[in-house]
Design a protein around this ligand. Structure first.
Ligand SMILES: *Cc1c(COP(=O)(O)O)cnc(C)c1O
Length: 387
């Protein structure tokens, strides 16, 4: 690499590279490859939100630079969402910050809150930006064990004393990508107590709060006592309203942290397109019926996948939320071996667990963001492979 900072050598290898090469070859040979690999909703954004965008984009005042922290109306809508959805009261002026998607938010946490050489405690399997963000600002990651025997609740208490002494931030996320695990109130309380004891900023990535099944209601960590002393939480329109392409999210929580976060972001970006903010106001404050319909659709797909996995005798985490299923690979395979077998023999793409962190070995992830008929076809191929 001629033009590249040395730190980029520390970015994790791209684990899909080999799969992508084989997939391209299969497609070139005329095979029908089905992807259960990607966590991107297959359904369009709800019509009422698109209509709001259509109106907003025609207003010339929306064509100028946005307010980088989010318009007062956008931040008020975020605060209203926190109140109606969770019963959490926040001040829209000091405790809410617009994000251009929570991916941007996660990446900018590192320059805002973690010094070069210091640690961030991150989940043993998680959203890849949690580990990549530290690489980009020369800080270090500590992977908290995340195992089936602990219900995939990241075990912060197992962090060595010398690591936590050098740590400034801890990130957790429930309902969890990739494991689909959910957190208990006791777990949140223990994480808050640990963060306060060790002066850590506790970040809760709540991207899947609205994608839940069987009547399960995913909480905000800000419902817990003391959370506003040490927490910020990230919310996104991406999964709740099928808006991944729009790039619209927000951070909410501790006012000092929100101010610091805003200082970094004001040096990096210039906010969300104001018309998108207006569409998101409609998303947050309008009727939420489509969200329930979306969850029913994913729940139906989840049930189809579970029936197939049961038939195949594969062990999995029973999902009460997210658009993912976390499945144990059969004995005798590594995660990447089994993902490759499914690709080569069934022409079905799944994500190897190791793409999400060291505790992903022995697991693979199936995404439910696949049209029903394609999902049914893919599941038929898996059953045939197994027969
Ligand atoms: C999809 C996802 C996000 C959302 O990212 P956006 O940048 O808001 O689209 C954040 N965190 C996790 C864990 C996710 O899976």
């Amino acid at each position: 690499m001629a033009f590249a900072a040395k730190r980029l050598d520390n970015l994790p290898p791209y684990l899909f590279a080999e799969i992508d090469r084989k997939k391209a070859k299969l497609i070139a040979e005329g095979h029908d490859v089905i992807s259960l690999g990607i966590g991107d909703p297959d359904k369009p954004t709800f019509p009422r939100i698109v209509d709001a965008m259509e109106r907003a984009i025609r207003r010339p005042e929306n064509h100028q630079y946005p307010a980088y922290e989010g318009s007062p109306a956008y931040r008020a809508a975020c605060a209203q969402f926190m109140s109606t959805r969770f019963g959490v009261t926040v001040d829209p002026d000091t405790q809410v910050l617009a994000l251009i998607g929570s991916k941007e938010g996660v990446a900018n946490l590192f320059p805002a809150f973690v010094d070069a050489g210091a640690y961030t405690l991150i989940p043993g399997v998680g959203y890849p930006v949690y580990s990549g963000g530290g690489v980009l600002n020369d800080s270090q990651s500590w992977w908290m064990p995340m195992r089936a025997e602990n219900d995939f609740l990241a075990d912060f208490a197992a962090t060595p004393p010398e690591v936590v002494a050098a740590a400034q931030m801890m990130i957790i996320s429930y309902p969890n990508n990739p494991t689909s695990a959910v957190a208990t109130p006791e777990y949140f309380d223990a994480a808050i107590a640990y963060a306060r004891e060790h002066d850590l900023l506790l970040v809760h990535d709540n991207a899947y709060c609205d994608v839940t099944y069987d009547g399960y209601r995913a909480p905000s960590i800000l419902e817990r006592p003391g959370a506003l002393d040490c927490c910020i939480e990230l919310f996104s329109t991406s999964k709740s309203y099928n808006m991944t392409g729009w790039r619209c999210a927000f951070a909410v929580g501790n006012a000092d942290a929100i101010r610091t976060f805003g200082t970094v972001k004001s040096n990096v970006d210039s906010g969300i397109f104001t018309a998108v903010q207006e569409a998101a106001i409609e998303a947050f404050t309008g009727p939420q019926d489509e969200v329930a319909e979306m969850c029913e659709l994913y729940q139906h797909r989840r049930d189809l996948v579970m029936a197939t996995l049961d038939e195949m005798g594969l062990e999995y985490v029973y999902p009460r939320g997210t658009i993912f299923m976390w499945v144990r690979v059969p004995d005798g395979y590594t995660s990447t071996d089994y993902a490759e077998k499914l690709l080569m023999e069934a022409h079905v793409i799944v994500a190897a667990g190791t793409a999400y962190g060291p505790d992903g070995e022995g697991w693979f992830r199936i995404s439910l963001a696949c049209p029903n008929e394609r999902l049914v076809e893919a599941l038929g191929r898996l059953r045939a492979l197994d027969a």
